[in-house]
Ligand binder design. Sequence first.
Ligand code: KG4
Length: 342
Amino acid sequence: MDKKDIIIVGIESSCDDTSAAVLCNDVLLSNVIASQKVHERYGGVVPELASRAHQQNIIPVVDTAIKQAGVRQKDISAIAFTRGPGLLGSLLVGVSFAKGWATARNIPMIEINHLQAHVLAHYIREPNVDKQIPTFPFLCLLVSGGNSQIILVKSHKEMEVIGQTIDDAAGEAFDKCAKVMGLPYPGGPMIDRMAKTGNPRAFTFSKPHIADYNYSFSGLKTSFLYLLRDHKKENPNFIEENKSDLCASLQTTIIDILMDKLLQAANDLQINEIAVAGGVSANSELRAAFAEYAKKYGWNIHIPPFAFTTDNAAMVAMSGYFKYMEQEFCPMDVAPFARITC
Ligand code: KG4
């Protein structure tokens, strides 16, 4: 390690994953994630349980990340942490830890917007992995459990949300529809798996007619619920007998909705540099749709490795590196925000 190397520790605690990562310049040295199983039995994240679990996890997770990275604490240049958006109690744990650490080691703190971090995950370099990074300007489809947005990324700092959901997020639609089928939380990965053996044209659902580049998924959720209710009246085993077809049809509808608006934005803005980020970007059909559109419309696509799709601190450390280069630090009285946009 060179004296001039910039070592950033990233902390992520916005929802139900406690994560810490260490970056040397723009190269990732470690990325440790402790997921919280405690929420499974409730079918969704319970905020109070999440913050308690973060408190238990944060020190061992940071300790492991630093050990795995093989850096000395005295070489750490700054600590970057997710300030928001997210669950306030969860964010408080990461923010408070960052403050304590920064004070103890006398190093600067860097606040990070969780949504921007998902976008900047595309710039993480892993040792011995060659990959193309997006060039500016590019469009990023950010799809997670809490957000569905189309972001015009003009630089590392300048991002404009040009479209977003007016109600539920795409991940929420996956999770809520999974729940009514009796699938465990989070339902997105399970629907993805079951859809592989189903017929995507078995059932049709109405698609929203929303202005501009905005999304809506609450109507789809309701029409899915009504379809199950009506069929169950005739056949109580309807869900069990049609699970794969239901999953495949629902998934195809969600992906069509996402891709239609993204294509519209790409055409209107004449941008063919297109990225995807967030938990739902792990979806196999969404990834296949990106590959198909790349061929059909000449898009240059950027799909993150699976490890950087869901919440992780590597993307926080990466964002922290860009801010460190501009000496953009935050004061000690910084407070977390539950809601902020990109
Ligand atoms: O970004 P993320 O880890 O967390 C936040 O929203 O903060 O995203 C989680 C979301 C969940 O809704 C989950 O069901 C969804 O990502 N997800 C998927 C897949 N993997 C995760 N949705 C569809 N297909 C997947 N393979």
